[in-house]
Design a protein around this ligand. Structure first.
Ligand code: KUQ
Length: 824
């Protein structure tokens, strides 16, 4: 039986299903009628499900064949460990990748449907907060397109990122039960269920040979059940896997309670286990410190490592000494970093390798990506929590630390201050585990996500470690996938580009360079076509804004857009101060050189982040006043778009003229929205921060509106920052602040913006908003001027798209592979 299974596993190639319109139509009908039993007036949800299954059937053979081709001993693989995968919708993405657009459209025609309408039924898979989660999804797309053997490991959250509503200008959160109607893409693979231990205590003993071992006993185990999502490559028959773990209770009951007659209580306890994968933590760029979050992290790390070991053995490997030659784990920030200690546990306690050999394997398998320098985002866990929840892991971390500090002591004898700084355990007050240190010590590669960010890491936070291991540290500038963010989101521009330079750019974005000769300083026929595409995209966005916000956006005006998580360091406040400034100018009749503008802002605030929530209220209050002031007369419109998510960005980016990337320099590690906008022909107004710098270098400073202090100027100014002095010196800033303080935007709710004024006027304002006000307003003035030169603006727009090739995640993944993963 086993031999036969093995034979069928390797020998048989699964045949692909026919992909003609007729075949697609027939299967679609079969699902709708014969499977779902929907005959007349089929509700749209079932139309979507039927089409999704029809397509999944057409993915299945490539999926299995991709797997079998790699299921051999000695084939090296990479695993991407991430608490977040912000995938969005899958339907149109698979249709595009499989090249089934025409067949699907034709098939749907028979049922009076269009792909666009059916696609609207799919809920976003919102299993992430923002850039970090979306990056993981773009990485998966590019790895499949490059045919790299990479598997994603994440959590099968029952509830994704909350849905945002705006009520009287305030954010309200609703749960996102995205799995309510099932997920037609996923396949449950209960045969690969793992057990993840929690709690209990450790025992130490000697085996018959006298060697010391530890065991972790009396644990409360949780089952991890994998759900697989297919990740299709772009027209290359590769299908990779995103494996998401769902928590479930074991079948064991507390027998005492059971026999004492507390049957329902005994069953209820099972509930506890299932909570682990219930909900995504909605905090972006800030740590949480909640016990459940640590449970999620260990649950992911343990299940994924057990599964990778199982896969490796099932491919026919046996010699653990070779494990590091065949496997590499990329840790998406410190969130899954407990994996370093967990791999040690599996190798030492379960596989019974010696410590040194296990450590050599672990440190050749693990790689760590850092995504932020913000101190509030650096994860630290109280030792006491570890002791209770993961006692064996704590022992292992202590031992890793002891070995490490010995190494530090050899290199810097007697340097106690350095030992204290570099210790994984932070002493003094509550003892805490520094997860970033564990990640660095346990990894052979540590990277930042943009050139400046990686440099700041080396010079600052990670300096001591750079002294010890200079070669560990490297940069991998982020990217975005051009399939979703151009080919899918902007079909008009894609068709226009392909008509001029062919369609090789979809799989090799460097080809966009060929557009440069078409940029031209004078208005050309191509300019007119380029503008017509942008205009149509702007009409689409204007319709969305009208439907969601009730605000009229004029497609002839400049579309000025800032969409991203609401955070003080991203400085939505600076944007809104500029809006107030424009409003004030219009009201005082200072109209010279002003461009008509529609300002769009969108993004979610973490539910517990009061300042961010108040900033949303301010944006809505200013919008209310500006949009209803007859004197403004449509020269300026402001809207806050509720529930910003992947699917909204697919409409926003193609319609944007001006991309707002205005973080305090040194604070935005990279940004990725900036890249989506650039690819779609938006011009950036931005600070010298994150990947903005690389965008500026790629497109040239004459095609980018740069403003503000640089990172080192920010730090130099910080000790003597006096916000009031900027107000004293700048009458236009004074007018803005006075207008805000006068209560003009909050007549019915006095005082609600005092906290914002307080933050702006505080000499300790970490984001130094007022320091950049003048420079920002001047840059916006240059934007206004440039916008009124139609040919000049069109040229800038084309050059931005033409120069965006570097920001494809295909390039990013090639760099990860060349420098870190080294996959074939
Ligand atoms: C932190 N850190 C805790 C969830 C997310 C986090 C929980 O990563 C993007 C960057 C962007 C950076 C973001 C990030 N998210 C850091 C986070 O802020 O600048 O583009 C992807 O690297």
């Amino acid at each position: 039986m086993q031999a036969k299974n093995a034979a069928s596993k390797r020998g048989v190639k699964l045949k692909s299903l026919p992909s003609s319109a007729a075949a697609v139509s027939k299967d679609f009908e079969r699902y709708q009628y014969y499977h779902l039993g929907r005959f007349h007036g089929c509700p749209p949800l079932y139309t979507y499900q039927s089409l999704a299954w029809t397509l999944r059937d057409r993915i299945m053979s490539d999926w299995m064949n991709t797997y079998s081709a790699r299921d051999q001993p000695g084939k090296r693989r990479a695993y991407y460990l991430s608490l977040e995968f912000l995938i969005g919708r899958a339907l149109s993405n698979h249709v595009l990748n499989l090249g089934l657009d025409e067949a699907t459209e034709q098939a749907l025609q028979n049922f009076g449907q269009t792909l666009e309408n059916v696609a609207e039924e799919e809920p976003d898979a919102g299993l992430g907060n923002g850039g970090l989660g979306r990056l993981a999804a773009c990485f998966m797309d590019s790895c499949a397109t490059l045919d790299l053997p990479v598997m994603g490991y994440g959590i099968h959250y029952e509830y994704g990122m909350f849905r945002q509503r705006i009520e009287n200008g305030y954010q309200k959160e609703d749960p996102d039960h995205w799995l309510r109607d099932g997920n037609p893409w996923e396949i449950e693979r209960s045969e690969f269920t793992c057990r993840v231990p929690f709690g209990g205590r450790t025992e130490h003993f000697r085996d018959p040979a006298g060697i010391e071992h530890a065991r972790w006993v009396d644990t409360n185990d949780v089952l991890a059940i994998p759900f697989d999502m297919p990740i299709t490559g772009y027209r290359n028959n590769t299908v990779n896997t995103l494996r998401l773990w769902k928590a479930a209770a074991t079948d064991e009951f507390n027998l005492d309670e059971f026999n004492a007659g507390s049957y329902t209580e005994a069953v209820q306890e099972k509930n506890h286990a299932e909570h682990i994968s219930m909900v995504l933590y909605p905090n972006d760029s800030s740590e949480n410190g909640k016990e459940l979050r640590l449970r999620q992290q260990y649950f992911l790390a343990s299940a994924s490592l057990q599964d990778a070991l199982r896969q490796w053995r099932s491919a026919g490997n046996t010699d653990l000494g070779r494990f590091a030659e065949d496997n590499v784990f990329q840790m998406n920030d410190t969130h899954p970093t407990i994996a370093v200690a967990e791999l040690m546990r599996l190798l030492v306690d379960v596989e019974r390798l010696g410590w040194d050999q296990a450590w050599a394997i672990t440190t050749r398998c693990m790689a760590y990506t850092n995504h932020t320098l913000l101190p509030e985002a650096l994860e630290r866990w109280p030792v006491a929590l570890f002791e209770r929840l993961l006692p064996r892991l704590l022992e292992i971390i202590y031992e890793i630390n002891a070995h490490f500090l010995r190494e530090v002591g050899v290199k810097w004898p007697g340097d106690m201050d350095r030992r204290r700084r570099m210790s994984i355990i932070e002493e003094g007050g509550v003892r805490q585990i520094r997860m970033a240190w564990l990640a660095i010590i346990g990894s052979f590669s540590v990277n930042g996500v943009a050139a400046l960010h990686s440099q700041l890491l080396r010079d600052g936070l990670f300096r001591d470690f750079v002294d010890l291991w200079p070669d560990k540290f490297n940069n991998k500038t982020n990217g975005v996938t051009p399939r979703r963010w151009v080919a899918h989101a902007n079909p008009g521009m894609s068709a226009l580009i392909s008509s001029k330079i062919g369609d090789d750019w979809v799989a090799d974005l460097a080809h966009l360079e060929k557009l440069k000769p078409l940029a031209s300083r004078r208005s050309t026929a191509f300019h007119a076509e380029w503008r017509a595409v942008k205009r149509a995209n702007k009409e689409r966005l204007a319709a969305l804004v009208k439907a969601e916000c009730g605000v009229d956006f004029n497609p002839d005006a400049l579309f000025d857009v800032q969409v991203k998580r609401i955070h003080e360091y991203k400085r939505q406040l600076l944007n809104i101060l500029h809006v107030i400034h424009l409003y004030n100018r219009i009201n005082r009749g200072r109209l010279d050189g002003l461009a008509d503008r529609c300002v769009l802002i969108g993004g979610k605030a973490a539910p517990g982040y009061l300042m961010a929530k108040r900033i949303i209220k301010l944006i809505n209050s200013v919008a209310e006043v500006v949009n209803n002031d007859p004197d403004v007369d449509g020269r300026l419109k402001v809207a806050f778009l509720p529930n910003y998510r992947v699917t909204s960005m697919e409409i926003i980016a193609p319609a944007t003229d001006l991309s707002e990337q205005i973080s305090t320099a040194g604070k935005e590690a990279s940004g990725t929205g900036n890249m989506k906008f650039m690819m779609n022909g938006a011009v950036t107004i931005g600070t010298y921060d994150g990947a903005n710098i690389e965008i500026l270098e790629a497109v040239g400073e004459e095609n980018f509106f740069l403003f503000g202090l640089h990172a080192e100027e920010v730090e130099a100014l910080r000790p003597q920052y006096q916000p009031q002095s900027y107000i004293d010196r700048d009458p236009e800033l004074r007018e803005v602040i006075d207008l805000l303080a006068s209560g003009h935007f909050n007549l019915c709710e006095p005082g609600i913006f005092d906290m914002i004024l307080g933050a702006l006027l505080n000499p300790h304002d970490p984001w130094m908003v007022l320091a950049d006000f003048r420079s920002y307003v001047d840059a916006q003035e240059r934007v206004s001027q440039a916008w009124q030169d139609e040919a000049g603006w069109t040229r800038m727009s084309i050059l931005n798209t033409a120069s965006s090739g570097f920001f494809s995640t295909d390039r990013t993944m090639q760099e990860y592979n060349a420098d870190i993963w080294k996959l074939k």
